[in-house]
Write a protein that binds this ligand. Structure first.
Ligand SMILES: NC(=O)c1ccc[n+]([C@@H]2O[C@H](COP(=O)([O-])OP(=O)(O)OC[C@H]3O[C@@H](n4cnc5c(N)ncnc54)[C@H](O)[C@@H]3O)[C@@H](O)[C@H]2O)c1
Length: 455
């Protein structure tokens, strides 16, 4: 008897079971500052039909299915069962902001004319008292802080907050996205090596456990997916990967890919595609918001620097193309300059070379708005992390690398440090886009598209 081999099409029609998005999704953000308030205000404005959610892949992008000739090209939100914007409810913690309206006004990202019609709704989202330690964010003097000394009890208080929010808002499911300040640079230590070591560390107030890690622990214990928008380690640590597995809960990180790094991961793949050499990339920024103030402290900037510097080497592969990319001078600077507020200016001087080694220069001056670029990322991460949980996923969601400056690999070997670029994570925005869309295709039983998404 001859064995029937399944055709390629049969293989791809094994649709994964994705539970439907029944009931409200609670979106909790530790940190209610510029990014979180802009995200929440934008979602409320979008569901009232005031603005389309520009920059959001989940809401605005189409996805091609099958062969081009089939003409199937639905919106992603019509293709995969995502929560509707109407079914999202918001909450968060902050040591400074009292509520989302106050945060939005303080950060001055959005103008009063855009806040006026939604101000009551924003004011109703009150910040919960934060787990905060100035040791990790020296420039901020927190006032709305839980008066609890034990880290173990702080974690329990956050777990209680999550449960209170869940029951008071009738949430079927929740996700947590870290939108808090960048914490001081730290390296993994023994306390991060396993869940057991981490829990022992919580009990004795181990100084290597930062507030963001306590939020992540509370989220994972509550089976709430956790994504990290800042460069701090948080869930890029062995204990978090282990707990995510035990709790069958998705995690992702780290550091939203917004202005300068977004451009870097758009331009660098182009230089490489054209086999042009690169001798230097000097990036500098002026930034005047609270994030800029926090990053003005050297120990906090160091976290950001590590996450920004990793990008070029992995895209350009100097080991494969030594003639083109072996000796790149890559420098990143951020300068706190209050008059600019959230409207960052990022300059890039790019020294490239071509035929017979002749040098050329490219200058980029990006007058961007940081939180305007970050807000749709928070929306997409909230919706896709929830989708992943309903699709039975747990652990690191590498397919969401598209959204991060320093994407977490699915499995980081224990012996590799966070700044070790040789470990292969994907930074090329276009490969990341293909991976994201192919994951959705695969979950819905469609064939992957392996060539460019362009067109
Ligand atoms: N804006 C962007 O484009 C962008 C891009 C990549 C990453 N990020 C990161 O996202 C985070 C938020 O950026 P932002 O511009 O909104 O900054 P922000 O300073 O306006 O907001 C951060 C908020 O976090 C609060 N906070 C600090 N420690 C906290 C704690 N332990 N618990 C709860 N809240 C805490 C602060 O009080 C502040 O209100 C930063 O870490 C930033 O580096 C932002």
């Amino acid at each position: 008897m001859t064995r029937q081999t399944p055709s390629l099409n049969d293989q791809y029609h094994k649709t994964r079971t994705v539970a439907p998005p029944v009931g409200p999704l609670g979106v909790l953000t530790p940190g209610l500052g510029a990014v979180a308030s802009t995200f929440i205000a934008g979602v409320i404005a979008a569901r009232e039909g005031l603005f389309p959610p520009v920059g959001s892949i989940s809401q605005m992008a189409h996805i091609r299915l099958g062969d081009k000739s089939e003409g199937r090209n639905p919106l992603i939100k019509d293709f995969v069962p995502l929560v509707s914007l109407d079914d999202m409810v918001f909450g968060g913690w902050d040591p400074l902001s009292a509520n989302v309206l106050e945060a939005a006004r303080t950060c001055e990202v959005l103008q009063e004319r855009d806040l006026a019609s939604i101000s009551a709704e924003l004011e109703n989202i009150a910040a919960m008292d934060a787990v905060f330690d100035q040791k990790w964010v020296s420039r901020l003097d927190g006032v709305r802080v839980k008066q609890i000394d034990s880290k173990k009890d702080q974690a329990q208080a956050l777990i209680n907050d999550i449960e209170d929010f869940r029951s008071s808002h009738d949430c079927e499911r929740m996700v947590m996205i870290w939108c808090g300040s960048t914490e001081a640079f730290s390296e993994p230590s023994e306390v991060h090596s396993s869940v057991k070591a981490f829990e022992a560390g919580l009990a004795v107030n181990d100084p290597n456990i930062s507030p963001s890690q306590i939020y992540a622990y509370a989220a994972l214990q509550s089976e709430v997916p956790f994504a990290n928008g800042a460069p701090n380690l948080t869930v890029d640590l062995p204990w978090a990967r282990e707990l995510a597995r035990i709790r069958n809960t998705p995690i992702a990180g780290k550091d939203f890919k917004t202005g300068q790094t977004l451009l870097k991961t758009i331009l660098a793949p182009g230089f490489k595609a054209r086999m042009l050499g690169l001798s230097g990339w000097y990036s500098t920024n002026i930034l005047g918001n609270r994030d800029g103030e926090v990053l003005d402290a050297p120990e906090n900037f160091k976290s950001k620097e590590v996450s920004k510097l990793g990008v070029l080497d992995t895209i350009l592969q100097p080991d494969v193309y030594p003639d083109l990319y072996n000796d790149i001078h890559h420098v990143v600077r951020i300068n706190y300059y209050p008059p600019r507020g959230d409207n960052k200016e990022g300059w890039d001087n790019i020294d490239i070379f071509g035929w017979m080694g002749y040098p050329m220069q490219i200058k980029v001056d990006f007058l961007c708005r940081d939180s305007i670029l970050a807000a749709p990322i928070v929306l997409d991460l909230a919706l896709f992390m929830d989708l992943a949980a309903r699709a039975g996923e747990s652990g690191v969601q590498e397919w969401l690398s598209f959204y991060f400056k320093a994407p977490q690999p699915k499995n980081r070997p224990q012996d590799r440090s966070q700044s070790d670029d040789s470990f292969n994570v994907e930074h090329d925005l276009f490969i990341q886009q293909t991976k994201l869309k192919n994951t959705l295709r695969e979950w819905m039983g469609e064939k992957p598209v392996t060539h460019s998404e362009a067109g």
